[in-house]
Design a protein around this ligand. Structure first.
Ligand code: AFP
Length: 352
């Protein structure tokens, strides 16, 4: 069987579809190489103290782990010299990282979450790297925060690596979604999923149920209906999964369908996840795989960002389920349903 490597895939995308310029290919190959190095570091586990806290906090106020810092350094060092980037933004850095003057600058902007799910490191659960590629606005030599504040529809590529039992790289360059598995002996990524498609329907949902008391009514209604199973309005039983590593939860949804929700609620009023380097890349991937992604009211990819580290509510996955939850929000048609706590949510599809 012919083994298609990441490099071959990218070259073929350029030849057949004009999708991947040499500059973008260099960028994506460098990210993949950095992911290999991070995967190697993750696999050392407690031997290298990767889950140890380093005593600092990132811009979100979250405790940084040793590997958060290492993964960020690996990605910055790998990407700063190649001449393909104009600047980078990372969950671990407050301001955009400018390419040092000793290196040439390129036409792309990179946003990344170097190590998503890192609070899972000390319990040996999958973590990952998420990234998104934007074009630098024309003529901008020293890109600042504003250069990055583009809606997710502008992304030219997005992907994530999940460091699990196998290291898997999921990628879209706007022509469907492909999955590659790291062949550790040979040292390169080999295509193992040629065209990932998310089933439109699902019987599996993912949400952190410990936040239930904070949920808005449409979310509560949707989950209650799932929990009611066969005897409720949905007429079928649902299963629940929550890894608390978005990379692992989204990879599962890409593999067998499902809906992932980290919605806005009375505690996380803006949402919990980050728009620029978590929600946007994952939304592009999910849409390219035939799924949908909203914040409950609007398509995530259409949101105009106002800050680099902005948070957003996220509901993504199997199209029919995401549309249902979004309909529950927009059908109620209030901007803040928490102000109407005594109003029972509609009970049937017909009511919305
Ligand atoms: P960390 O990177 O701080 O571990 O956060 C992971 C994450 O951003 C995302 O990957 C998970 O889906 C979500 O947070 C889990 O949040 P809860 O711990 O609130 O369930």
């Amino acid at each position: 069987m012919r083994r298609v490597t990441l490099t071959q895939y990218l070259i073929e995308q350029q030849r057949q579809h004009g999708k991947v310029s040499p500059e973008l290919r260099l960028l994506l190959e460098i990210i993949a190489r950095a992911c290999k190095a991070i995967s190697h570091a993750v696999s050392k586990g407690p031997l290298a103290g990767i889950g140890d806290a380093v005593g600092t906090q990132n811009v979100q106020g979250e405790a940084q782990k040793k590997l958060d810092v290492i993964a960020n350094e690996v990605l910055v060092e790998a990407n700063e010299w190649g001449g393909h980037l104009a600047a980078m933004v990372s969950e671990e850095m407050e301001a955009p990282y400018k390419i040092p003057n000793r290196y040439p600058k390129g036409g792309f902007l990179l946003t990344m979450d170097p190590l998503d799910g890192s609070s899972n490191l000390d319990v040996n659960i999958s973590v990952g790297t998420i990234f998104s590629v934007l074009r630098c606005p024309e003529g901008m030599m020293e890109p600042d925060e504003k250069a990055f504040l583009q809606p997710g529809v502008n992304q030219v590529a997005a992907g994530f690596a999940v460091y699990g039992a196998a290291t898997i790289l999921v990628l879209t360059v706007g022509n469907g979604v492909v999955g590659f598995t790291l062949d550790r002996e040979l040292g390169y990524f080999v295509m193992t999923q040629e065209r990932i498609v998310i089933p439109e329907d699902t019987q599996e949902f993912a949400i952190n149920a410990s936040n239930a008391r904070n949920w808005d009514l449409p979310v509560k209604r949707y989950i209650d209906e799932c929990l009611a199973g066969k005897t409720g309005v949905r007429g079928k039983d649902f299963n629940m999964r929550w890894v608390a590593s978005m990379v692992a939860d989204v990879y599962r949804i890409l593999s067998r369908g499902g809906i992932f929700m980290y919605p806005q609620d009375s505690k996380y009023k803006e949402g919990r996840l980050r728009l620029m380097y978590e929600a946007n890349p994952m939304s592009l991937i999910v849409e390219q795989a035939g799924g949908a992604a909203t914040n409950g009211r609007a398509r995530i990819l259409d949101i105009q960002p106002s800050a680099l580290h902005q948070r957003v509510g996220v509901i993504l996955g199997s199209r029919n389920e995401v549309e249902r939850v979004t309909r529950y929000h927009t059908g109620i048609c209030r901007t803040d349903v928490r102000q109407i706590p005594n109003e029972a949510p509609p009970q049937t599809d017909e009511a919305v």
